[in-house]
Design a protein around this ligand. Structure first.
Ligand code: ARG
Length: 466
């Protein structure tokens, strides 16, 4: 084939090619179908780059101004739906550059001086992810605020606490909600910590080795709000560990949301019947008229799987890649975008729903009474009266066996009945056998006593607003 055979499919790099790209290969290797989502970040990066190039004298003031104004006009066109994305132009970078050149003429081609698509895409993803982290952090905060406020309102509401999903000891609903908040607080801290490693500027690494132009990377970093430029050009264009780290943080967050979801699904069932979810967060069944399904928590529980999958996918994508940039990395975007979208949707649904959880206090209380949840309190009572714990355990075990036979909770037995198991038991036993006595006795930081729960909620709110 003639060396004139290059077509517009490879206008940006076709010089050394003797035939046009196979049509399917062009489509197969193009990323514009998904990386168009990065247009704002790509343009912001380009504006900062052109500004810096102008300041150091690589571009003239006129050229710099034409490019910056042109980029803003291209952004306006995109936002007005007036830019036709072209697969032949491969990716968002070359689509934007072509649109710029179409708008301002040949000077548009000078934008790509001193950079490469390799450092450009690494910059775009970091800008995108930083913005995503800030948005997700806001939603997470809204969810936490809802949990903390509900917890403060429900500091006296008694429910059974479980181990092995068997009734263990009474707790307050507020205490349970604050447990959820602690999980989410760690997720929020991890998200912020991850942001530190995202917020570093790779631009200036160029293709892999740096550039011969007198660039000022610190200035570009400053213009884009990055903390500093990256230290090593080879590392800058190749590693996506920051995206993997973000997905890992997201996977943990989804794991926590899935645990909350699972409890909400259980609690809305007829068997538990602990809470009511307002109708607007549920759907019905087309065949069973009585059904009201907890779709939101079910779906969030299910969506956890795709985020775990993306984490594994990204780890595997990065595995064994030699330095520096490899095309493999183009595959980082779709899992990352889907992780962000899944987290955003799940957090939004939960933040909207949580303030409207309606506890069914009578049901919760009845369930706590059904499971001999104050048995440990009776044992502790006997120990405080001088009995060895082993013996106390035996006494309480016999009392529970008697309760099972006679269908009575420990607090429903008469003093005479209780005394048949041990003389040590006196009238004051009823202070500890009641549900209220039991929770009030766990009176220390981290315990379920209502006033401790109120104070914990207060501290959590202060920490949230810090
Ligand atoms: N679309 C590419 C990506 O997502 C951009 C960088 C391409 N660089 C290159 N030399 N082909 O990673």
């Amino acid at each position: 084939m003639s060396d004139r055979q290059t077509t517009d499919t490879n206008a940006a790099w076709g010089g050394r090619f003797s035939e046009a790209t196979d049509a399917f290969v062009a489509e197969f290797t193009a990323s514009i179908g998904f990386d168009q989502r990065l247009y704002r970040h790509d343009i912001a990066g380009s504006i900062a780059h052109a500004t810096m190039l102008t300041e150091v004298g690589v571009l003239s003031a006129d050229e710099g101004r034409a490019i910056v104004d042109g980029l803003k006009a291209v952004q306006a066109d995109i936002e007005a739906g007036q830019l036709q994305w072209s697969v032949a132009l491969e990716d968002v970078h070359m689509n934007v550059e072509a649109a710029l050149t179409a708008k301002i003429g040949a000077v548009g081609k000078k934008l790509h001086t001193g950079r490469s698509r390799n450092d450009q895409i690494a910059t775009d993803i970091r800008l995108y992810l930083r913005e995503a982290i800030d948005g997700l952090g806001g939603e997470l905060k809204r969810l936490q605020r809802g949990l903390i406020e509900l917890a403060a309102q429900q500091a006296d509401t008694i429910m059974p606490g479980f181990t092995h999903l068997q009734t263990a000891q009474p707790v307050t609903f507020g205490h349970h909600l604050l447990a959820w908040n602690e999980m989410l607080q760690r997720d929020a801290e991890r998200l912020l910590d991850c942001r530190k490693r995202v917020n570093i500027l790779p631009l200036g690494a160029a293709a892999l080795a740096g550039t011969t132009y007198p660039i000022n990377r610190a200035r570009t970093a400053e213009l884009l709000g990055f903390d500093r430029p990256t230290e090593n050009s080879l590392d800058s264009v190749s590693d996506r560990d920051f995206a993997i780290e973000f997905t890992h943080v997201g996977a943990l967050l989804m794991m926590h949301l899935s645990r909350m979801s699972e409890e909400l699904v259980l609690w809305t069932s007829a068997q538990f019947d602990f809470i009511n979810l307002p109708d607007r967060f549920c759907t019905g069944s087309s065949i069973m008229p009585q059904k009201k399904n907890p779709d939101v928590p079910e779906l969030v529980r299910g969506k956890t799987g795709r985020v775990y999958g993306h984490l594994m996918g990204l780890l595997t994508l990065m595995k064994s890649q030699p330095l520096a940039y490899n095309k493999d990395n183009q595959e980082d975007k779709e899992p990352l975008f889907d992780t962000v979208d899944t987290l955003a949707g799940s957090l939004r649904a939960f933040a909207d729903m949580v303030p409207h959880l309606e506890p069914k206090k009578d049901q919760m209380r009845a369930a706590a009474l059904r499971g001999y949840s104050t048995a440990t309190d009776l044992a502790d009572y006997l120990v405080k009266k001088g009995m060895a714990f082993r013996d106390a355990h035996e006494v309480v075990g016999k009392s529970v066996a008697y309760g099972l036979q006679t269908k009575k909770d420990l607090s429903e037995m008469s003093l005479d009945e209780l005394k048949t198991f041990s003389d040590t038991i006196g009238e004051d036993v009823f202070d500890v056998l009641t549900l209220e006595g039991s929770v009030a006795a766990r009176d220390h930081i981290g315990g379920t006593a209502p006033h401790q729960v109120r104070e914990a909620a207060q501290r959590a709110l202060v920490r949230l607003n810090a």
